[in-house]
Design a protein around this ligand. Sequence first.
Ligand SMILES: [Zn+2]
Length: 322
Amino acid sequence: MKRVVTSGDLTQRAMRPAELLDAYLAHAQADILRFDLMLGGLERPCPACSGHGAPEFMRFGFSYQRCTACGSLFVSPVPREERLARYHAEGAAERFRREQLLPMTADVRARHALGPRARWVLSAAASRLGRSPTLAQFGAETPPLLDLLRASASVVQWPADVTADGADARVDGVIAFDVLERAADFSRALHRCRRALHPRGLLFVTTMSGGGFDVRMLGPRTAALVPPVHLQLLSRAGWLAALAREGATLVEYSTPGELDVQAVADACRRDPGLRLPPILDELVRHEDEQVGRAFQELLQQACLSSHVQLIAEAGPDAPIPR
Ligand SMILES: [Zn+2]
């Protein structure tokens, strides 16, 4: 199976400036209270495989559970959809992210996230879908990404809410970047993606993994983990189980993240009480930056970074109606 490994110069400081991230997280915690996200939440089993969840840690009042069957990490109780919709549409955190965090990191995101993602999609589409594929993107509209994709493919933008109706045309490829982890009903969202695909169509996903290095090391101290946004962080086994339910197969799974080691080193600097196993502590804080980069590359090789990108192929038959 193809695996993407990068060797970049991305820094945590450039992608997630601490003062902006701290302000965003403060807004998120205020919005969680403002929209009563903790009220009336629904208990659930693992959204990937329906396995049993064992409590792992709490963050911002949300309980993250680890599936004892597939290792996925998920929030349960999960907030109600209508409250989540208000959080995303009306909240100060999401507005801050759209109006400040993203614009101030736009250059680095274009170079390290959007550009590589567009090249990845177009290259896989060219080799597997043939000439002039039709693609649809779910999630927040990202004009720079759409511009890059539209150079070589026909791309339509579909609703930000991946479970919403209103986009029933079939396409060759569905792009779901950083959206499936935020769906309160994950299996409905995944089914929605599958329903939009022609037989043998491709689903392109980027998301966060609960099995990635920084999440495993830092748990509730993972700065990039925001509970109302990250409701499920599937493991590779979780993806296999969830895709099998849709008659889809995993054709590529990579974790080309560049920031796990830096994120853990930063957390250690900010919180002297944080203790890692001594040899990992030595590796992440090593004075030779090349050691940190080599360690990050090893995580990518072993698919143990928390930034996941995957491609799933729909089966030859029409999706099972629900
Ligand atoms: Zn599971």
